[in-house]
Design a protein around this ligand. Structure first.
Ligand code: GDP
Ligand code: MG
Length: 440
């Protein structure tokens, strides 16, 4: 998708002015691109229609940089359709507040239950009790218990043979007696939505009156996830969506479809198997992901503030070449250190969000930049120019030479690859776009 949109916008940035025909031509391709990203057809149609209304006319035609104007309109419309500001969990009820998790088997319900419980415990200092109502899968209740032990979250003691509704009632009862703030109810899934599942969900709902019914859906299942969401929405009183496997290759098309078709807010994103891999939903970030560009414009603007003119020219040339080797990375690392806030800067690069999180998790700061520079210094000139030749033995040598580990070297190489990919994307925007955005 990103490549495709990149091309469209490249052509637009190269034009002096936009006619109605130009907008239509561009939107035809935006349409195809969204379909390729697995966005549902009706959603694509209404999206394109709305963008067209906003794009055709004075707003765009008078703009100095038509291409950027269109990027902005497409982006704004995406953010709007994704639901504007992110909505948190609503826990404003008399404790214990029940939160019910529903969804298909394997969508990530149990994992998300533990993630949310941990988040509420760590960040909001809530006392959370988790209960598994999954009496279908043999080890399901055990699974939640183990996750609870890992995360230090209480789970309801397992009583063999008890039915889901009875477990739910027992959980609420225990929570009341023991002063828990929140009770997370992890329900059983099915391979497909069927009557038995819906009846069970409805019964638990009636017995517990949950403050939130969170539908857990796998972002990678695209169109299927949307169909499932529609059915759960109409029959299970879903109040919000947790989209899992956002760490996968999916472009976020499912997020757009789900939000547009069900009207349910997407509340949280699962971004990995670990219990802290849970993020608030930020429509602007997902819009960027669907467009595949990151916040390139603000990145260049911020860079321009502290990079000297000469270096800025050089950077623009790099962008233009679309080439980015480890020498360039070393220079970037130095600039980042000069600019101080690597956190803010990295957040703007596509694909770097994950790495930023790893860094935050490891509680590292500027030192990591210094170590990364040390690794690059331990490389030969050839390795710096052609990182793809760095195989296992070279990695060991570099790690030994820089006092780091092979894992560190792998991380650095991965980071470089992500940045190089971004450079290629930026190149597609055209040098002019980059220069206009504030580098010169
Ligand atoms: P359930 O059947 O809906 O309860 O699904 P589980 O919570 O048991 O999850 C099924 C599998 O998906 C497990 O291996 C999880 O580790 C994995 N999983 C859950 N959420 C995520 C996520 O956000 N990203 C990734 N990569 N894996 C996930
Ligand atoms: Mg489960």
């Amino acid at each position: 998708l990103s490549g495709r949109l990149g091309e469209v916008f490249e052509r637009l940035t190269k034009r002096g002015a936009l006619g109605e025909g130009d907008v239509d031509e561009a939107l035809r391709e935006v349409r195809v691109a969204l379909l390729e990203a697995d966005v549902a057809l009706p959603v694509v149609k209404s999206f394109v229609a709305k963008v067209r209304t906003r794009a055709v006319g004075a707003e765009v035609l008078r703009s100095v940089t038509p291409g950027q104007m269109v990027i902005k309109i497409v982006n704004d419309q995406l953010v709007e359709m994704l639901g504007g500001e992110s909505a948190g969990l609503s826990l404003a009820a008399v404790p214990p507040v029940p939160i019910m998790m529903v969804g298909l088997q394997g969508s990530g319900k149990t994992t998300s239950t533990a993630k949310i419980a941990k988040r509420l415990t760590d960040r909001e200092k809530k006392k959370v009790l988790m209960a598994s109502l999954d009496t279908r899968r043999p080890a399901a209740q055990e699974q939640l218990k183990i996750l609870g032990e890992q995360a230090g979250i209480a789970t309801l003691p397992i009583i063999a043979g008890q039915m889901p509704v009875d477990i739910a009632k027992r959980a609420l009862q225990a929570a009341r007696l023991q002063g828990f703030d929140v009770v997370m109810l992890d329900t059983a899934g099915r391979l497909h939505v069927d009557e038995a599942l819906m009846a069970e969900v409805a019964a638990v709902h009636a017995a517990t009156q949950p403050a939130e019914v969170l539908l857990v859906a796998d972002a990678l299942t695209g169109q299927d996830a949307v169909n499932v969401a529609e059915q759960f929405k109409s029959r299970a009183g879903v109040t919000g969506i947790v989209l899992t496997r956002m760490d996968g290759d999916g472009r976020g098309g499912a997020a757009l479809s789900m939000r547009a078709i069900t009207g349910c807010p997407i509340k949280l994103l699962g971004t990995g198997e670990k219990l802290d891999a849970l993020e608030a939903f930020h429509p602007d970030r997902i819009a960027n992901r669907i467009l595949g560009m990151g916040d390139v414009v603000s990145l260049v603007e911020k860079a321009a503030e502290s990079i000297e003119q000469e270096e800025a020219e050089r950077l623009a040339e790099q962008f233009e070449k679309g080439h980015f080797d480890l020498n360039d990375l070393a220079q970037q690392l130095r600039q980042m250190r000069k600019m101080g806030g690597i956190e803010g800067l990295m957040g703007m690069l596509p694909g770097v969000g994950k790495m930023k999180k790893q860094m935050a998790a490891a509680n590292v700061d500027e030192r990591i930049l210094v170590r990364q520079e040390a690794m690059i210094q331990s490389m030969t000139a050839k390795e710096r120019r052609r990182p793809e030749i760095i195989a296992a033995s070279r990695k060991r040598r570099i790690a030994a030479g820089s006092g780091t580990t092979v894992q560190d070297v792998n991380r650095l190489l991965k980071q470089h690859k992500q940045m190089a990919t971004m450079m290629k994307k930026v190149k597609k925007l055209g040098k002019k776009g980059v220069m206009r955005a504030g580098l010169s």
